[in-house]
Design a protein around this ligand. Structure first.
Ligand code: TRP
Length: 329
């Protein structure tokens, strides 16, 4: 069976874009592959989170993923910093990662531009740590978005390089896990192409119904269609994409007909959309609250996850140490 590894950023709440873009597929994937999901809390240190926030950020994303249906009895779910083997393999792999190639990655160059006052070494070797997350579990597949393509490419490069230097086959070369047609890109409601945290247009799974209503009612529209069956502008198309994700086919059909016959009232469409989003998110929100306050469940979940992840990771690390030439006296 294929092994899949995915790292989860421990910053911010999950929005509908995260849900329909990835998590919904993770929930399915966990039954088809040997899945390792982990919260990348070491990675989050590059931005120097306040000590009071670090733990709660991890707890928050963990609760949200579990509430969405990631099942600790099916997948291996763990916290990165619970796996010390990752830190050691990271040290070893850093020796064969070159500053020149790390400096050339677009994400590093982006960071230099955006945060010139915090260009730390952890940021530079971020792709090495990410590669180790993947390679230490000997993953074959990594489900990542477009923005992570280059990091995955680096992981492949580091894996091949290690295998070549020592003439071994320790690391499988990881590939992108393609969700193909199943991946729905959720647009923003500000007329923009994508829902995202940095875009500031997210509808979060944790949003209160009132907040969702407010966000949906504020969505950008136009003055309405003037010709039968005319092509939808992006902002209207976006509303329909969201409706498609959370409503019944009948509802979508109803509003499409209204649009095509120029009888649509955007206020009605938005009211329906808000209601259906709320119906979709409310049970998830309740589960998030429940899980987040169940410390015993969370403790057990990360403990079992760490045990499973460490068992696999320590085997790989042991092999790597031996290959490199470490021997005990
Ligand atoms: N860099 C990824 C992101 O920002 C998170 C991540 C860390 C990751 N380690 C990983 C993703 C390993 C996949 C595999 O989204």
């Amino acid at each position: 069976m294929e092994t899949v590894v995915s790292g989860i950023r421990s910053t911010g709440h999950l929005h509908l874009g995260n849900y329909f873009g990835a998590i919904k597929n993770f929930v399915k994937m966990q039954h088809e592959s040997n899945c390792y999901f982990f919260i990348a809390d070491w990675h989050s240190l590059t931005t120097h989170p306040h000590p009071d926030d670090l733990h709660n950020n991890v707890k928050k994303v963990l609760s949200e993923y579990l509430a969405c249906g990631i099942d600790p009895d099916v997948a291996t779910i763990y916290v990165q910093s619970d796996i010390p083997e990752i830190a050691e393999l990271y040290l070893l792999m850093n020796m064969n990662a070159y500053v020149g190639e790390l400096e050339r990655t677009t994400s590093f160059k982006d960071k230099i531009r955006k945060h010139p006052d915090n260009i730390n070494a952890g940021l530079l070797s971020y792709p090495v740590l990410m590669a180790v997350d993947i390679l230490i579990q000997k993953a074959n597949k990594v489900p990542v978005g477009k923005d992570q393509d280059q990091n995955l490419e680096m992981a492949r490069k580091f894996a091949k390089r290690f295998n070549n230097i020592y003439d071994v086959n320790l690391f499988p070369i990881p590939e992108a896990y393609g969700f193909k047609g199943e991946m729905v890109k959720i647009p923003g409601l500000d007329g923009s192409g994508k829902m995202g945290k940095s875009e500031g247009n997210g509808i979060y799974l944790f949003d209160e119904p009132k907040e969702i209503q407010k966000k949906v009612m504020r969505a950008v529209t136009d003055s309405g269609p003037t010709q039968m069956n005319q092509k939808m502008p992006e902002s209207i198309n976006n509303l329909f994409t969201l409706l498609d994700a959370v409503s019944t086919p009948d509802t979508v059909e109803y509003f499409k007909e209204k649009y095509n016959s120029c009888e649509i009232r955007y206020g009605d469409l938005k009211k329906q959309l808000a209601e259906d989003i709320i119906n979709f998110t409310t049970p998830i929100r309740k589960r998030i609250i429940e899980i987040n306050s169940n410390d015993e469940f969370l403790r057990r979940t990360v403990k079992i996850g760490a045990e499973k992840a460490r068992e696999n990771a320590s085997k790989t690390l042991k092999e790597a140490r031996k290959i490199i030439g470490f021997k005990s006296f």
